[in-house]
Ligand binder design. Sequence first.
Ligand code: ATP
Length: 301
Amino acid sequence: MQVVQVENITKSFGNVRAVNGVSFTVESGEILGLIGPNGAGKTTTIRMLLDIFKPDSGSVAVLGGPMDESKKNRVGYLPEERGLYQDISLEKCLVYLASIKGMPAALIEERLTDYLQRFDLTEYRKRKVKDLSKGMQQKAQIITTFIHQPQLVIVDEPFSALDPLNTQMVKDLLREERARGTAIIMSTHQMNQAEELCDRILLVDKGRIMLSGPIDQIRRQFARPEILIKSSAPLPANIPGIQRIEIENHHQRAFLEAGASPQAVLNEIIQRGVLLDLFEVAQPTLDEIFIQVVTGGGTQA
Ligand SMILES: Nc1ncnc2c1ncn2[C@@H]1O[C@H](COP(=O)(O)OP(=O)(O)OP(=O)(O)O)[C@@H](O)[C@H]1O
């Protein structure tokens, strides 16, 4: 089911075109990664989805139509600027934020107890929010984002301030929510997290979509004519198709001649009796693709 449909939206602030003709959809049960450099237009796009800003042109449909007050209770948002009440207890703060999402008191109590347990916050329940560490406050905001079991969740940098163990807990939660059918949009600068979690990504720069699609497909699209090889002995010289070989830390990197087929190179290596531990067409990381695209070496989607 399509949970978000965005068609050709634009938004300017004065003469800055923050978002310029952006279209995309998000399905239930998927995580869409919204990535892009600082000032690319990610937050402005999210604010239009949430009806905080109206687009200058184009349309946004959430859960089947325009956003309205009742739909806001079916959406969870973890904003970039964190917003917990600092002078009250963690419990009071989370109960209040859940109640304004329309949850009955008994259900809040039941889910809150589970979440506090899950995120190791039970013993901090009565502490004032301002006395909690940054990571604990981050986990509290994550609870607020998910406690009402929204159908659409938008999370902006969900792992900021979290140590590896807590990062893992939040990743597990995101995966569980996806499996439950929640549509999730995750805005992040952490490419490794996007690579690990997202089903598709949308890379925006200067208000436009530069790249979109499943991560595997994008990495294949940017694949270089290079092969990583681990073999029991060094590769023999003069393998047709290989231009040169460099020895790196854990493998050999073979640079192919223009038009050479990795499959033909593999066949030749096997025919020469070399035992292989690894043979892999080198694909760039999302970090490398990001840099290539935003420095002008990529194509627009
Ligand atoms: N309320 C506003 N008033 C004026 N200009 C704004 C406003 N909000 C955003 N902009 C401008 O719009 C552009 C896009 O900003 P936006 O915050 O959407 O980027 P972003 O991709 O979320 O960046 P970051 O990764 O740094 O959070 C920037 O040039 C920014 O200065």
